[in-house]
Design a binder for this molecule. Sequence first.
Ligand SMILES: [Zn+2]
Ligand SMILES: [Zn+2]
Length: 265
Amino acid sequence: MNTFICVTCGTQFSPSNEPPDGCPICLDERQYVGDGGQQWTKMAELRSEHRNRVEEQESGLFGIGTEPSFAIGQRALLVGGLLWDCLTLLDDETATAVEQRGGIDMIAISHPHYYSTMVEWAERFDAQVLLHEADRDWIMRPSERIELWTGERRRLTEDLELIRLGGHFEGGTVCLWSSGADGRGALLAGDIVQVVSDRAWVSFMYSYPNLIPLPAREIERMRRILETHEFDRVYGAWWDRVIAEDAKAKVLRSADRYLAAINGR
Ligand SMILES: [Zn+2]
Ligand SMILES: [Zn+2]
């Protein structure tokens, strides 16, 4: 039996003898099947060609990302026993580096594009995976370690809380780390709130690769939720996608700019 991994999105499927018929995550209009059709790989192959970089982003927060880049190329974050978002490659070197930084008790993931090999990570670190129930149909490798949470907010620790924002996916989740940015608060945003190339702004899309926007009412709803939380920094889904300061104002004005654009103003 193999646990096949989709090359385009990095998602690992339940053990099987033959590769799955297709990858529902990539067949969805928010993703795409790569040039040359559906392709699969396995963890052993990944380990032979890639390494993970583990690097401190600020005191107590570590980034973990794969080099050379694989699939969607996101880097995960490790903070206070939480692995925020996940990545496909897990090897001994990474596990040792993570253990040295306190290990993983919980894995929480912003949306299905980063489910990746969450079950392998959970088994390796004896951790629980928290996913929003609204995205349950996108779980390609079910496990007893996965707990589906419901509602709008879920407190994890004294200074970590999950907030359902929706948008890109119905269960789209961000994580508020209130001790981050020297106590001013940091938002771990995945691509639910997407830090864009101009790091003074963010955007919110239904599909990033296929450039499908969200409706105005959804942007307004997300803006109303974001307005009620305090944060000064945003960590997006890639190493260089970080808003270092004054992030809340930048996020809110980005929502206003988006609404003006789609409303034709
Ligand atoms: Zn895929
Ligand atoms: Zn995504």
